[in-house]
Write a protein that binds this ligand. Structure first.
Ligand code: GDP
Ligand code: MG
Length: 255
């Protein structure tokens, strides 16, 4: 699969006039995290109000922008890890994409505030092995990631009973995750909300609140530039190697 790498600052894909927007959302980059099939890509589309991300397996990070609530909103979709996988089980390429995900928005863009959405489906139990998996994979983004994360529950339409019941039943494993996120959580029914709606507005409000705290304290989520450059260097070397191998195959007299 081809990585969608953008090097230029792009205008939002919907018709939004940038100078009119001085909202915190303009400087916001939302990064979607979670295991495969959790609903990350669907959440991205629900947030942006349009099917801008294509569903299906995501091997590399991809970003999209659209006008939401009067502001251009940037969302980065990431490849997920296998449900319950440890970080050692996860392929190097996926880990590298996760490490680089906060810097995979449009560039050069505004100095971004980052908000991470940890997507958790609410129609299946959240077990201890899922907690360990989440802890290890989130750890790739540094300790500060937790203070910039909101848990987003999907698939509420496929669950009986209220969300609070699900959270209670999730027991210690889910409570641990929620505690790490200062009990910030929201819901996106990607089938029901399907683009926009009050759940999106609520979630954006929650993000704004989280970032307002950040403005007051002056503590932002900082991308580890050194680490990202190292990983991007490895990626470039790998691509170069692949190109050379391909050239050899094409021009080989035995091919
Ligand atoms: N019923 C229901 N299905 C959902 C919801 N969110 C995502 N899905 C479905 O779950 C599957 C995986 O979603 P996807 O967004 O590709 O997950 P990702 O692998 O985390 O990006 C797809 O078939 C989606 O249509 C939801 O809120 N409700
Ligand atoms: Mg996906």
């Amino acid at each position: 699969m081809q990585c969608h790498l953008f090097s230029e600052w792009e205008r939002p894909q919907q018709n939004i006039s940038l100078p009119e927007c001085n909202h915190i959302l303009v400087k916001l980059c939302i990064v979607l995290l979670g295991f495969r099939g959790a609903g990350k890509t669907s959440c991205g589309n629900s947030l942006l109000g349009e099917a801008l991300f294509s569903l299906g397996r995501t091997a590399c990070c991809a970003w999209r922008r659209a006008g939401v609530a009067g502001s251009p909103l940037t969302v980065v979709d990431t490849p997920g890890w296998w449900k319950g996988a440890t970080v050692d089980d996860t392929a190097e390429l996926i880990k590298q994409e996760l490490v680089c995900s906060p810097s995979r928005g449009p560039s050069p863009g505004p100095p971004y505030h980052h908000a991470f959405l940890l997507v958790v489906p609410s129609d299946v139990p959240f077990l201890e092995e899922h907690r360990v998996s989440v802890r290890e994979h989130m750890g790739l983004l540094g300790l500060d990631v937790w203070s910039h994360t909101i848990v987003v529950f999907t698939r509420a339409d496929r669950r009986f009973g209220v969300l609070e019941e699900y959270i209670k039943q999730g027991g210690a494993a889910l409570q641990w995750v929620l505690r790490k996120c200062d009990h910030r959580y929201g819901v996106l029914d990607n089938k029901e909300t399907a683009f926009g709606g009050s759940q999106v507005t609520e979630l954006l409000g929650m993000i704004e609140e989280m970032l307002a705290g950040e403005e007051e304290s002056g503590i932002r989520y900082e991308v580890d530039r050194g680490l990202v450059e190292e990983v991007e260097g490895l990626r470039r070397a790998r691509q170069q190697g692949a190109r050379l191998r391909l050239r050899k195959v094409i021009y080989s007299p035995w091919a």
